[in-house]
Design a protein around this ligand. Structure first.
Ligand SMILES: CC(=O)N[C@H]1[C@@H](OP(=O)(O)OP(=O)(O)OC[C@H]2O[C@@H](n3ccc(=O)[nH]c3=O)[C@H](O)[C@@H]2O)O[C@H](CO)[C@@H](O)[C@@H]1O[C@H](C)C(=O)N[C@@H](C)C(=O)N[C@H](CCC(=O)O)C(=O)O
Ligand SMILES: Nc1ncnc2c1ncn2[C@@H]1O[C@H](COP(=O)(O)OP(=O)(O)OP(=O)(O)O)[C@@H](O)[C@H]1O
Length: 520
């Protein structure tokens, strides 16, 4: 494949090693004491894939049971693309038989995948410094802030986030927040080829529940916060928290940094079984590290970080909102916990006049010097709305206009809170569609509109189904001094309606709208 990029028919391109090493299937079977059917003689594996469309020659194809299909049913397709063996469960053995490849049977392929992929790609041998970030909001931001500061420190780094997987200038768009373990270990192997010395990885609750980070021991893990999201996957806060807490276990990480602004941070410190350092942004909370906001503007946030042993640093992030400073502080403490000298960090940031980081689609300002300020954001939870709206209000002399929707086929219980928070925090609310997927878009809008109307009966409320038209409606109402927050689409380049991904980039289209209006 061109430049070592592989095409996956179920998602975007993924990064795999350009010079894969071969390992004998027989050795894998012995090392993991696996149940082999067929002969492993002379079979050499050079990669692992769980999607038939992403298989490359030499791959071990993982036939995994899924929600819609059993992956073993695609074993013949995998063979056509060059798979040399199949790993599946009991139910998959017969399904995969027609491919005529050696079959390894394990009770639960997903649970075996991480460790097998680590072995095939040799990612446990001399790994780079590994940072993992979890929490409801702020993961992507912390990962980019870590990556930005690592570059400022002269350390070659890579990252895996909801937006992109990135190695230096090479970036591919992500489909999942945390990739499946086969893809993650392939990415790490590719990073090793590029002599990456540190990697920042966003770890979702689903990744922990679904074994996507198995086979990895993080050097430092960080926790941002926990608020209402993903109650479709986890029944309540306790279950959701328990999934995230997994990252703070000795088999997953060596040290942790926990933001203890919320009750959940405190609980994590109590329950964590690895050594943790604490961070707060709240004056009344006692913690090892403290972040204090010094100045907030529309384009940057200046803060002070105080740590043990009279360590003090004053710096800024080129991003909106106290929470971005909190994310930056977390990233700095994670660097310190990984062994980087605090003074070196302070010197690099002072030399460069602050933290150098660009985060695609996170409160990203797309407007120019004239006209309303416009931010495109990825926030899609009540807490993200609350924080971003408060940050915008603090720097907006005029009116705050918010455009948003709620995604279909995802946690429906957060919608009313999203509608109410938007109506209370903005002067004008424009409810639009945002990935309705298989749901009726009008019903989603109705819930948001009703909640918004109840929360702010006097507020100005518009309903515009089409996102591009909705943004233009907001822009028509905005002038100099006003701010538009378009929350939801962030970095994304599609709008998913009834199972079809239609091309739509809120960033590009909204820039076009600003041009049409003469503001750019
Ligand atoms: C509910 C869930 O976790 N689904 C994941 C699951 O899909 P599935 O069970 O439906 O798979 P399936 O379609 O039945 O197929 C079964 C198997 O056959 C394989 N197959 C299928 C068809 C084919 O032609 N060839 C083939 O090989 C598939 O690769 C799969 O291994 O396995 C797929 C392959 O890895 C994942 O992409 C998919 O994640 C979906 C897209 C998803 O939305 N997951 C969400 C819940 C998620 O993980 N989100 C978190 C958090 C995000 C956040 O913080 O906001 C994340 O980390 O992204
Ligand atoms: N520390 C924080 N506390 C509260 N809200 C935050 C914080 N950091 C970011 N946010 C809000 O959440 C939005 C999403 O940020 P970010 O993408 O970094 O989070 P995330 O955890 O990666 O979410 P996802 O996994 O869905 O991408 C931001 O645009 C902002 O509105």
């Amino acid at each position: 494949m061109k430049d070592g990029l592989s095409v996956n028919n179920q998602g975007p391109i993924s990064l795999r090693p350009e010079h894969p090493q071969q390992r004998a299937l027989s050795q894998l079977v012995t090392e993991f004491d696996l149940d082999l059917h067929g002969s492993a003689d002379g079979v050499e594996i050079s990669g692992v894939s769980l999607s038939s469309g992403a298989v490359e020659p030499g791959d071990l194809y993982i036939g995994m049971p899924g929600v819609r299909a059993h992956g073993a049913a695609y074993a013949e397709q995998a063979k056509e693309r060059g798979a040399v063996a199949v790993l599946t469960d009991d139910a998959g053995r017969d399904l995969a038989a027609a491919a005529g490849l050696p079959i390894v049977v394990v009770p639960e392929p997903r649970a075996a995948l991480g460790h097998l992929a680590a072995w095939v790609y040799r990612t446990a041998e001399e790994p780079p410094t590994l940072f993992g970030v979890t929490g409801t909001n702020g993961k992507t931001s912390v990962v980019y802030l870590l990556s930005g500061m690592l570059a400022q420190l002269g350390i070659v780094s890579g990252l895996s986030s909801t937006a992109e997987r990135r190695i230096g200038d090479l970036a591919v768009t992500s489909s999942l927040t945390t990739p499946e373990a086969s893809e993650l270990h392939a990415l790490l192997a590719r990073m090793r080829e590029s002599e990456v010395r540190a990697v920042a990885i966003e770890v979702s609750a689903q990744a922990l529940t679904r074994h996507r980070v198995d086979g990895i021991v993080f050097d430092v893990v960080g926790f941002t916060n926990l608020s209402h999201d993903h109650f479709d996957d986890y029944g309540d806060f306790d279950e959701y928290f328990a999934a995230k807490r997994e990252l703070f276990e000795p088999d997953r990480a060596r040290r942790g940094v926990v933001t203890i602004d919320s009750e959940w941070g405190g609980r994590l410190v109590e329950q964590s079984r690895i050594p943790v350092t604490t961070l707060t942004t709240r004056p009344e909370v006692d913690a090892d590290w403290r972040m204090t906001i010094l100045e907030e503007t529309a384009g940057s946030t200046t803060f002070r970080l105080d740590g043990p042993g009279d360590r003090v640093l004053v710096t800024s992030v080129p991003l909106l909102g106290w929470f971005m400073a909190a994310n930056a502080a977390l990233a700095i403490v994670m660097l310190v916990e990984s062994g980087v000298e605090f003074d070196m960090i302070a010197q690099a940031l002072e030399r460069d006049g602050g933290i150098d980081a660009y985060i695609p689609g996170r409160a990203e300002r797309i407007s120019g010097d004239r006209g309303p300020v416009v931010y495109i954001d990825y926030g899609h939870s009540p807490d993200a709305f609350l924080n971003t709206l408060a940050a915008i209000r603090a720097v907006t002399p005029g009116r705050v206009i918010m455009v948003f929707g709620a995604d279909g086929d995802r946690d429906t219980t957060k919608r009313r809170d999203m509608g109410a928070i938007a109506a209370r925090g903005a002067d004008i609310v424009v409810v639009t569609d945002f990935h309705p997927r298989s749901e009726d878009p009008a019903s989603i809008r109705r819930v948001l509109l009703e909640a918004a109307r109840e929360a702010a009966p006097e507020g100005e409320l518009l309903e515009v189904a089409d996102p591009a038209t909705a943004f233009r409606a907001a822009l028509a109402l905005a002038g100099q001094g006003d701010t538009i927050l378009y929350a939801g689409p962030g970095h994304e380049d599609y709008h998913e309606v009834a199972g079809v991904k239609l091309p739509y980039s809120a960033r590009d289209d909204s820039r076009d709208a600003l041009r049409e209006a003469g503001w750019l």
